[in-house]
Design a protein around this ligand. Structure first.
Ligand SMILES: [Zn+2]
Length: 515
């Protein structure tokens, strides 16, 4: 059973989007997504909205005196009018249309209202989605434990792109609602600093974040808003001192300066960059945060499905394959089948249950399988995929045209075979995917100011690539090459299997502990 709504690290970084939704421990039946969904059985104990809206989702704005105080509805007409005007933008309309589809497929149980509603708590620094809202309605407390809601800052950018990303988390929370007998996940959050488009984290964080990131990528790809186009098309480069970070001088570092990874969330996700290993070595933050890739080196299967950026690419390309419509909201109907597949993957047993992304891909059929195989370059289905890719890269690099042409020709029947095999049996997509094997390296501690105290290095040893493994004391490039070769022969089956096989190769294991 795959259940994804869970307690997770909530990350507050000023100016960044975002943090995965925090789930409270709640008991509820699984979301029913096949056939007619159940509706809330009681009349929602909520006052009528202050004004009718053409949006498919009623948006209610909340405020609180401070973080220890309860949320209350904002009822000042001028403030409400300003907030409604602020969300009258293309990405926000897209977000609400997607949320309405998710609500229809998996409405939250009573006491949540029967019609789609999205609460937005407005507060400084807000860039979060959470599950479980407690508020004061009139004079009475109201608890809505199953309801996702957003906490957003009242500024122009947050109420556009960040709102879209966080609504993606709210969508995921609706679709992946936890079961009553939910157990803490053995493969829960692994990375000590988990949230980054470029990072390898864990399979479930990668799915939740990849989903939210993919919406930003679609908005960047298909959005018609002039400001959006100007930014992503890089249409008007600004040279010379500009007095802000919008100047070209800062461009290469701007995603880090805002921490929002806005440009990588489009460019690198669109182009499938995260199917490849990081180009950087030796520094945890650079490995996890910088989108620079080594295009010769494919990611191993465990790394692909734990990569937020890779998951985002898969989901982005499933939607983008049919081109852009007249505006973003027109794309919302395309998401119905994707949301259905996601809800099923997250709440039902499936053939690829350990990796819900693969169940989503399988459910979407041949086009999705083809997209996944291209973006992963066959790494999850074929033991020779990485070597064949590297040979093709080398032939291209050295202008060895004859070899390059031969390798390209040889790749086509191989790719056709992957596709045919995976369509016939989607479990093939996980053929080379091992279990999650957590390790902790207490001697190496990592810290980013915004994430609090330093934490020990942790990763899934079936997911960490060379750049990650080289951070372990005693693992030089030769040792890491041995480990990766051993892993490509067969994924590590357990921590004991890891230790046994590394000792057989005389690789030091003294820095490791089970994670
Ligand atoms: Zn997020």
């Amino acid at each position: 059973m795959a259940i994804s709504v869970r307690a997770s690290l909530v990350i507050a970084v000023v100016g960044a989007a975002c943090a995965a939704p925090r789930a409270t421990a709640v008991a509820t039946p699984p979301a029913t997504v096949a056939g007619a969904p159940p509706r809330a059985a009681t009349t929602p104990p909520l006052a009528a909205p202050a004004a009718a809206t053409s949006s498919p989702v009623e948006v209610r704005f909340l405020a609180r005196a401070d973080r220890a105080s309860p949320w209350r509805p904002i009822d000042d007409p001028a403030r409400l009018a300003a907030l409604r005007a602020a969300i009258d933008n293309e990405p926000a309309r897209f977000a609400l249309a997607l949320y309405a589809v998710a609500w229809e497929l998996a409405p939250p149980p009573a006491p949540a209202p029967g019609a789609p509603i999205l609460f937005i708590g407005v507060e400084e620094g807000g860039n979060h989605a959470e599950v479980g809202l407690t508020m004061i309605e009139g004079d009475a407390p109201l608890a809505l434990p199953q309801l996702p809601y957003l906490r957003l800052a009242d500024d122009r950018d947050t109420l556009r792109g960040t709102l879209l990303h966080e609504t993606g988390h709210a969508v995921h929370a609706l679709l992946a609602r936890a079961r009553a007998d939910a157990e803490p996940l053995a493969d829960g959050a692994i990375a000590p600093i988990p949230h980054s488009t470029a990072a390898v984290t864990d399979r479930r964080t990668a799915l939740a974040e990849g989903l939210a990131i993919s919406l930003e990528a679609i908005a960047a790809h298909c959005g018609r808003d002039p400001d959006v186009r100007r930014f992503y098309d890089h249409a008007s480069p600004r040279h010379g001192p500009t007095g802000d970070k919008a100047g070209e001088y800062f461009f290469a570092a701007r995603d880090l300066m805002t921490y929002a990874q806005t440009f990588a969330r489009y460019q690198a996700v669109r182009d499938g960059a995260f199917g490849f290993e990081p180009a950087l070595r030796g520094d945890y933050l650079r490995v996890q945060l910088d989108p620079a890739r080594d295009l010769r080196t494919l990611r191993d299967p465990g790394s692909l499905v734990a990569s937020e950026g890779f998951v985002a690419s898969v989901l982005f390309q499933l939607i983008a394959a049919d081109g852009c419509g007249d505006d973003l909201a027109a794309l919302a109907p395309r998401y119905r089948a994707l949301w259905q597949a996601l809800a099923t993957a997250e709440t039902s047993a499936g053939p690829l249950d350990a990796t819900p992304l693969l169940d989503v891909v399988a459910a979407r059929g041949a086009p999705a399988i083809a997209a996944f195989l291209d973006l992963s370059h066959g790494a999850t289905v074929d033991a020779d995929a990485a070597a064949q890719w590297a040979a093709l890269y080398d032939a291209a690099l050295t202008v060895d045209v004859a070899t390059r042409k031969r390798l390209m020709a040889e790749s086509e029947p191989r790719r056709a075979r992957w596709l045919a095999e995976a369509i016939a049996d989607p479990a093939v997509l996980a053929r080379r995917l091992g279990p999650v094997v957590r390790v902790e390296v207490a001697a190496v501690r990592v810290r980013l100011v915004a994430f609090g105290d330093a934490q020990p290095l942790r990763f899934d040893v079936n997911a960490g690539g060379a750049a990650m493994l080289e951070l372990v004391p005693g693992w030089d490039r030769a040792a890491v090459a041995t480990i990766l070769a051993e892993r490509r022969r067969a994924s590590f089956a357990s921590y004991a299997d890891l230790i046994s096989r590394l000792r057989a190769h005389r690789v030091k294991v003294t820095a490791l502990a089970p994670g």
